[in-house]
Design a binder for this molecule. Structure first.
Ligand SMILES: C[S@@+](CC[C@H](N)C(=O)[O-])C[C@H]1O[C@@H](n2cnc3c(N)ncnc32)[C@H](O)[C@@H]1O
Length: 96
């Protein structure tokens, strides 16, 4: 796969890094899609990647982008009702 855009965000999640969540320079990638849902703090959360993919098998060749953003999952355990499951994600067993 090739891209005309300069930036790849391989774990975009809810795009919380961005003032402009539709920044036209970015290819947003994540391995999941989450429909908009209301969090306990009243904010709406969704995961809507431009491409669904796994960062262990990125579907672009080397040097395809000027910048790659990588904010990987970092939680081993959270409570089942925690909003962190929605807003951040856990490391899956298969990744360990
Ligand atoms: C810490 S969050 C990223 C938060 C994001 N930077 C933001 O601004 O909202 C980690 C993300 O990695 C995604 N993820 C987990 N395993 C992945 C994989 N193998 N490939 C791609 N994304 C993955 C999760 O779905 C989650 O959205």
């Amino acid at each position: 796969m090739t891209s005309q855009l300069p930036i790849l965000d391989v774990c975009c999640g809810g795009r919380m890094f961005y003032f402009d969540k539709h920044d036209p320079r970015v290819v947003f990638m994540d391995n999941r899609v989450v429909s908009p849902e209301k969090l306990s703090n009243g904010q709406t959360f969704s995961v809507c990647p431009s491409i669904v993919g796994d960062f262990r098998k990125i579907p672009f060749g080397d040097a395809s982008f000027n910048m790659v953003i990588f904010d990987p999952p970092h939680l081993l355990r959270v409570g089942e009702k925690s909003s962190s499951i929605s807003s951040s994600d856990m490391i899956s067993e298969s990744s360990l």
